[in-house]
Design a protein around this ligand. Structure first.
Ligand SMILES: C[S@@+](CC[C@H](N)C(=O)[O-])C[C@H]1O[C@@H](n2cnc3c(N)ncnc32)[C@H](O)[C@@H]1O
Length: 212
């Protein structure tokens, strides 16, 4: 058995409690989904946690937090402002910002964690780094909305839709301008967070059981 789980104390292994870092998350949505299943999940963002969590939220740089051979799984939501193809008309004016954003993504994807998922909208990550492993939609996970969400996966399976619903509203695109619009647009859908928590923790734990 490779990876950090192999070095875990008997108590943690018996309980199969995973250590999960949710990088670039202010909402706490994915953190809460994993914690609801009993895992040791932390969010990390330059911003404070909007749900008031101050124990399991680290306010600081995810690139620093990911080191230390601690995490079994890292789920990353890096900023898409300079990467999303929906902003292509401004690309020519933000070459430097774009290079920095791509470097940030690369460093997360190359992070020292066995299992990594990185989420972003349709973006230049596909042409500049590599194509995503999967593209999901909120309507596949119980939310009647469209928002193509790409996943880049390391040692993780594709997510299986949990609840395909009828609605196909593009709510996010219709949001009026305002200072918090980006937050509303970037918050992870709870149905997707729950699928990540259930499916990826089941996968990692079952892989560990086979190898033990
Ligand atoms: C697109 S939003 C993701 C929001 C997320 N889906 C959620 O539900 O909270 C990107 C987030 O990355 C954070 N961020 C940017 N650079 C960061 C860094 N170096 N370390 C940690 N967080 C960072 C921003 O503050 C922002 O909240």
């Amino acid at each position: 058995m490779e990876g950090h789980l192999a070095n875990r104390g008997a108590g943690d292994v018996a309980q199969m409690k995973l250590r999960v870092l949710v990088a670039c998350e202010f909402s706490g949505t994915v953190r809460r989904a994993f914690r609801a299943l009993g895992h040791d999940a932390w969010s990390c963002d330059l911003l404070p946690a909007e749900d008031g969590e101050d124990v399991h939220h680290y306010r600081g740089d995810a690139l620093a937090m990911m080191w230390g051979s601690y995490w079994d799984l890292m789920i990353c939501h890096p900023p898409c402002t300079h990467l999303a193809v929906s902003g292509a008309r401004w690309f020519k004016d933000k070459k430097v910002e774009q290079e920095h954003a791509l470097m940030f993504v690369e460093r997360l994807l190359d992070g020292p964690v066995d299992c990594i998922a990185l989420e972003n909208p349709i973006s230049i990550i596909s042409s500049r780094i590599r194509k995503p492993d999967q593209i999901i939609q909120p309507w596949q996970f119980g939310h009647g909305e469209t928002k193509a969400t790409c996943l880049w996966l390391k040692n993780l399976p594709k997510l299986v839709p949990t609840n395909i619903v009828e609605g196909r509203e593009a709510r996010i695109h219709k949001m009026p301008p305002g200072p918090d619009r980006w937050k509303e647009r970037s918050r992870t859908f709870p149905g997707i967070a729950e699928a990540m928590a259930q499916q990826w923790s089941d996968y990692i734990i079952s892989k560990h059981r086979v190898a033990a």
